[in-house]
Design a protein around this ligand. Sequence first.
Ligand SMILES: NC(=O)c1ccc[n+]([C@@H]2O[C@H](COP(=O)([O-])OP(=O)(O)OC[C@H]3O[C@@H](n4cnc5c(N)ncnc54)[C@H](OP(=O)(O)O)[C@@H]3O)[C@@H](O)[C@H]2O)c1
Length: 292
Amino acid sequence: MKILITGAQGQVGKELTYVAKEKGYDVIAAGRTDLDITQAQNVKDYINHIQPDIVINAAAYTAVDKAEEEHDLAYAINHHGAENIARSCEKHHIPLLHISTDYVFDGSKTEPYSEKDTVSPLGIYGESKWQGEEAIRQTLNNHLILRVAWVFGAQGNNFVKTMLRLGKERDELNVVADQYGGPSPAKDIAKTLIILVDQYQKNKTLIWGSYHYCGTSKTTWYDFAKEIFEQALEMGLINKKVKINPITTAEYPTPAKRPGNSMLDCLKLKTTFNIEMPNWRDALNQVLTELK
Ligand SMILES: NC(=O)c1ccc[n+]([C@@H]2O[C@H](COP(=O)([O-])OP(=O)(O)OC[C@H]3O[C@@H](n4cnc5c(N)ncnc54)[C@H](OP(=O)(O)O)[C@@H]3O)[C@@H](O)[C@H]2O)c1
């Protein structure tokens, strides 16, 4: 079975390519230079030429703060890029697995967000991702949208790698302690998507729709940072203790507002596909080992 992965050079895209190849799939890993998803005609021609059995869209504009300035680019990629792929998939009757974000929610709920909760993005990134989701829903029946959160891994840029870099440069760091979420390991997101591909291959269909997936248990950026430095020190990745000070969101103003709570309720994915949420502390240990 042939899988087309778009955004294959991103942190999830790279893990997807690795996991899919390891399972023996015929993988076309298209980075931005191979396929720019904002170019509708190129997307059409590429999908027509490749004729994949399934497409996984891991391409996205992910710079949450910069999106507040680069509206057009964020929408071109996250909304219209997703729509371009969905249109070609519809034309060729190809299913699409698409990744979206917890930042479609505003964080006003105290409990984890389920797929039925109303979205209300606080910034351009979340809004553009939501528009992309909606475009897919309106274009293509055979789609599965997996919303993930706080992605980290050994590849690409993410919070873990930023903390390790800052921890080497400084003795003390301030980290926001009033935003709650579930850090999601890129490798586990990739494994989950490939399990869905396995099921599609076996059954020639899937229970299409929108699903949530993130790491357990609920934490804050502050506690996530503390755990990163504790594990990194224990493993010898850093050679000194770094003092982490908890601060509030108000003390760390950013161009884009972020939800105070974006923990995702992943029960639907578990009951439908028997997929468990990963323990982010264990996954962090694996990522740090890989980085070492
Ligand atoms: N990162 C997070 O914390 C987070 C949280 C929640 C949800 N997500 C979602 O998870 C998915 C994967 O994100 P990620 O963390 O792997 O992001 P990432 O590391 O930023 O990867 C995104 C990839 O998309 C590529 N891309 C950008 N514009 C493109 C275009 N026009 N055509 C083709 N490719 C393009 C990027 O290429 P360049 O590097 O050349 O720009 C990059 O390789 C995304 O849907 C994202 O919205 C991420």
